[in-house]
Ligand binder design. Sequence first.
Ligand code: AMP
Ligand code: MG
Length: 394
Amino acid sequence: MTFEQARGCVREKLAGERRRPGVEEAGLREAAGRVLAAQVAADRDYPPVARAMRDGYAIRAADVPGTLRVTGEVRAGQTFAGQVGPGEAVEIMTGAPVPAGADAVVMVEHTRREGSAVVIEEAVKAGEAINPQGCEARLGETVIEAGRRIGFAEIAMLAAVGVTRVPVYARPRVAIVATGDEVVEVSEMPRTDQVRNSNAYSLAAQVERCGGVAEILPVARDEWAATRALIERGLEADLLLLSGGVSAGKYDIVERVLAELGAEFYFDRVKVQPGQPLVFGRVKEKLFFGLPGNPASTMVTFEVFARAAVEVLGGESEPSLRLLWTRLGAKFRHKPGLTRFLPARIEAGGERVTPVGWKGSGDMAALARANAFLVAEPERECWEEGDWIRVLPR
Ligand code: AMP
Ligand code: MG
């Protein structure tokens, strides 16, 4: 499968996912980053009355240009008791209710005060600098849909409508099983033929960043019984992530063990690099991903494929794949045929991206120097400095 086909396949299988996460309640301060489990409606009209959008004078549009008599003032948090009659103006502050009779607000910068009068030299349209009642949202109207990840803007909306206890979906539990005879605990001193288990920890960080609860299981040795036992344990979670053991090597047994457990495979190879051998399927009603073991492969394939599963199992209605466009800071070429995700640095506030030199999918030092992956499309070979290219920020 190509990258796009595999993405489409993951989307399709996730759309058919029947299990709905449980619902919990979170305080407003704890709700950021969670997924909203029920739609939120406006508790009144927004704004509840017509409000001034500027500091200035509430007037009748038909009266200007002209010189108007200032009959009073209204500040935010107050309501003007009287009316704005013909030839009259009321001094008004941003956010204050527009007095009855007025149909426009003229910015103070466009006025000249002369004692108890105000001179306005330009015409204004009715409605100028006024937000009419209910123009942002009507009472009862949905302001946030269920299934939306709660960010700071959603927090503001929840606060505005007075929601202090927020219904959110339970976080999905994600089991992480690293495989490999050569993989040792992070606290151990690896022999020269061993590596520390960095994948379980990078995956856990990625899972938790998109709202999952990561459970790191013991490392599965490249041996049938141990691998099978750990896969079965991992299937108690909502989603199973495996790292390593899915290539064509003699001891890459993950796929075969999954098959023995009755797995259905949706794909087992994708034309991406890093990460070509990449397994996605379902076994015992749970989705699983077998991610290739090289650290960059594990990270990239999680980000572009498995992350969407964590999000959907967490109740999110629109899983993300945040590919952005920016310009290349240096010329760049790759061998066409695969969609490549290469370590790169987004610089100058996002205005350009520059590839970071690296020595292949195991080069974690290059990944740590980078802050993004540059996405090289499979059909193209060369890019010049300044060309547009897609990036996956991280
Ligand atoms: P595999 O996909 O099992 O063939 O693994 C490919 C390579 O990735 C191995 O040779 C290791 O160097 C590396 N690797 C595998 N698993 C891990 C892990 N859990 N943490 C760090 N590196 C790993
Ligand atoms: Mg291995």
